[in-house]
Design a protein around this ligand. Structure first.
Ligand code: MIG
Length: 704
């Protein structure tokens, strides 16, 4: 195990790493370095993992990617960037594997067999970076070592593992209360409802639209009493408006990003014209972070930070240029090229590189062009929020996640994967993205279940739920103008199926939470490609099956009208087939290929050999889960051990070693199974079902 660090150019602190590693002076191993381009010859067998939030497969070979936080709702295969900039890859060969991390604040290109089929080249736009080479004997070790370098992942409150309902927008108090009431009335478990931009007055951060939310504080209180938390959005831009305190204070203190002339930079987003808080300035960060108190004081326990790439609909300069082109084109006999130039003048107004090159940050005294530090913006907005919330209540865990991010932000919050669409290929992308996000430190993550843009169908919703019940962030969100997407929006039959799935999720909470917390504490990942645990050729290739936690392999159905699928088992495994918590069956399958029928209302997943899964009960929300009984299903050929982690779920006491552990060990003897249970989780009845190849299942009840 080793990490080597090489430095190039003038370094800006990206706040990515937490471990100081001495610089090396010699030659960079593996790579040829020339004019800020690093190149590497790929062997036929090499897989390339990583790059976190990006398009295409788990193995990134065969495309060119750019790390550049981008607000682009069209997540198509021909895109190069999404909202996050995650410059970490692992090259996994047959005989050697290593990780590469480029620590830089600006754009990086990863050409992975795009220009030449067997060449990986990494081009760093600004000659301003640290390069880390991470070596280890296996993938788990490399991934762990990288995580040790960048620091421990964010821990949300336990209720953030419940079901969350969102929509752009539940725009009035009446509507929000109504949605909550419907869930309760229909006995569908839920923990959170989201407030999108319409809760604000004219989209101004840290304000409330009291016309549409006349009793905002009371609403927050009432809903919390009913076990539902409201999670408001915060946008990066602050509206320019006299009399608005956030605007006026920021101007007075000089906390906004500046234009070329040194005036606050003007961009237009939802509120109309805005200034961007200078999140790279430590004082501005502190100031903005403390503003969250406005909502915390109203009983709010969580936030989502949006538009922080930052998204720019237009700038004044861009718009003026476009008007000029219109003026110049008027009364002229336009040729086709001038026509396109006219059209592009408007089409290219949003998120334009000329805007990103036209404003500046004051990084504690150093004036730096935005484009040179672009990927640090959303990262530092979320850092501001996390540090602000910490100063408001240092012992409490808040829910916090962001749209834009870069390496290192995972210490402050999670991410959601932005504006996907209700498409089957986006469900597939969600599955494939999870392991790469985890490798980059993002454990608290998930997609807009059902898809943000476009109209979802009942079958897509069902299949998507069947996957999302396993992801830490399980949130159903959809865009304005699209079909309703709540579990009760697709007719009675689907409602029943979706309700069963949400209940199943609550049953999985003990396992998901335990795996999550252990992954945080040990710098492990929860979602892994099969190759992290199995070394055969097929396991290295498979992308539509992934490992989840220590015990499970997920094999989601991601094709429309799919009534089954091929599954590859790298070893004997126990298949669980379920419709809901009360309708579960299991069967051992042998190592190899199988076709398994899976109807729409059911789903399957696998318990690996010598592993076990725990299922608890459902309840109206996470806090109400009692779990006096846990059902354990174990597949034991020799010996299976599971360590169940639990804690209070709301405080940071776990950092001081205050948590519960239950260790369950099942050993297959000649005649019978020996069970040892050990730990400080009290008063639990364990229903243990042991399955072993060739023998009938053994049911045991175990009390402690
Ligand atoms: O330009 O706040 O990704 O989740 O619903 C769209 C409205 C702005 C983008 C977010 C989406 C959110 C939407 N926002």
């Amino acid at each position: 195990m080793s990490i080597k660090r090489f430095s190039f150019g003038k370094i800006i602190d990206c706040n990515s790493v937490v471990k100081e590693i001495e610089k090396e002076n010699g030659q960079v191993p593996y790579f040829l370095e020339k004019d800020s381009v690093l190149s590497f010859k790929l062997e036929k067998e090499d897989l390339v993992y990583g790059l976190g939030e990006n398009v295409r497969g788990i193995n990134k070979r065969g495309w060119i990617f750019e790390s550049y936080c981008s607000d682009d709702p069209n997540h198509a295969q021909d895109k190069k960037s999404l909202y996050g900039a995650h410059n970490f890859i692992i090259i996994h060969g047959e005989n050697r594997s290593f990780g590469v991390f480029i620590d830089t604040p600006s754009k990086v290109k990863f050409d992975i067999g795009y220009s030449e089929i067997d060449t990986l080249s990494i081009e760093v736009e600004e000659n301003n970076y640290d390069l880390y080479i991470i070596e280890g004997t296996n993938l788990n070790e490399i991934s762990k070592e990288f995580r040790e370098l960048i620091g421990k992942s964010y821990v949300p409150p336990k209720w953030a593992f419940g079901y969350q309902q969102s929509r752009w927008s539940y725009a009035t108090e009446k509507e929000v209360r109504e949605i909550g009431r419907k869930f309760r009335e229909k006995n569908i478990p839920i923990d959170c409802i989201y407030l999108d931009i319409d809760y604000m007055e004219k989209f101004k951060n840290f304000t409330i639209n009291y016309e549409s939310f006349p009793n905002f504080d009371q609403m927050v209180k009432d809903m919390k009493e009913d076990g539902i938390r409201l999670i408001p959005i915060i946008d990066a831009g602050c509206k320019i408006e006299n009399g608005y305190d956030v605007y006026e204070e920021g101007i007075k203190k000089g906390y906004y990003c500046l234009d070329k002339e040194g005036n606050p930079f003007v961009a237009a987003v939802w509120p109309g014209k805005v200034h961007f808080p200078d999140f790279l300035n430590s004082e501005a960060r502190l100031w903005f972070g403390k503003k969250y108190k406005f909502l915390v004081d109203k009983g709010i326990d969580g936030f989502w930070n949006d538009m922080n790439e930052p998204a720019i609909f237009y700038s004044e300069e861009g718009l003026n240029k476009a008007y000029k082109i219109v003026e110049e084109s008027k009364n002229k006999n336009l040729d086709i090229y001038s026509f396109f130039a006219l059209k592009d003048a408007f089409m290219g107004l949003s998120n334009s590189s000329s805007d990103y090159n036209s404003f500046y940050h004051n990084m504690d005294g150093k004036i730096i062009k935005h484009n040179d530090v672009h990927n640090l913006f959303g990262h530092n907005m979320t850092r501001a929020a996390a540090e602000g919330l910490d100063s408001i209540d240092k012992d409490k865990r808040f829910l916090l996640f962001s749209r834009a991010s870069s390496i290192g932000m995972h210490r402050y919050g999670g991410i959601w994967t932005g504006d996907n669409t209700s498409l089957w290929e986006h469900l597939e992308m969600n599955v494939k993205m999870m392991p790469n996000l985890n490798m980059c430190g993002y454990l608290y993550t998930g997609a807009d279940t059902g898809g943000f843009g476009g109209n979802c169908t009942p079958d897509l919703m069902t299949r998507w739920f069947q996957f999302s019940i396993f992801t830490p962030l399980f949130r159903n969100h959809s865009a304005m103008g699209t079909r309703n997407q709540e579990p009760f929006a697709f007719g009675e039959k689907s409602e029943k199926i979706l309700k069963n799935l949400i209940e199943f999720r609550y049953g999985l909470v003990p396992y998901i939470y335990s795996e999550y917390m252990k992954a945080v504490i040990n710098n492990d990942i929860m979602f892994k490609p099969l190759s992290f645990e199995y070394n055969d050729v097929t396991s290295r290739e498979i992308e539509d099956q992934i490992l989840m936690g220590d015990s499970l392999m997920l094999t989601p159905i991601i094709k429309q009208n799919g009534r089954g699928r091929y599954v590859y088992l790298p070893e004997d495994m126990l298949m669980i087939r379920a419709k809901g918590l009360n309708d579960i069956s299991y069967k051992v399958f042998s190592k190899g290929h199988h076709y398994i029928n899976v109807e729409l209302e059911e789903f399957i997943f696998f318990v690996r050999k010598d592993k076990m899964i725990l299922l608890g009960e459902s309840a109206k929300n996470v806090q109400s889960i009692e779990n006096k009984e846990l059902n354990i299903i174990a597949f034991v050929e020799e010996k299976a051990i599971y360590e169940l982690y639990n804690d209070d779920g709301i405080s940071k006491d776990y950092l001081n070693g205050i948590f519960d552990k239950l260790r369950i060990e099942i050993i297959k003897g000649k005649e019978e199974f020996n069970i040892n249970v050990d730990g400080n989780i009290k008063d639990k009845k364990l229903n243990i079902t042991i399955i072993s190849k060739g023998s009938k299942d053994v049911k045991k009840v175990y009390y402690i």
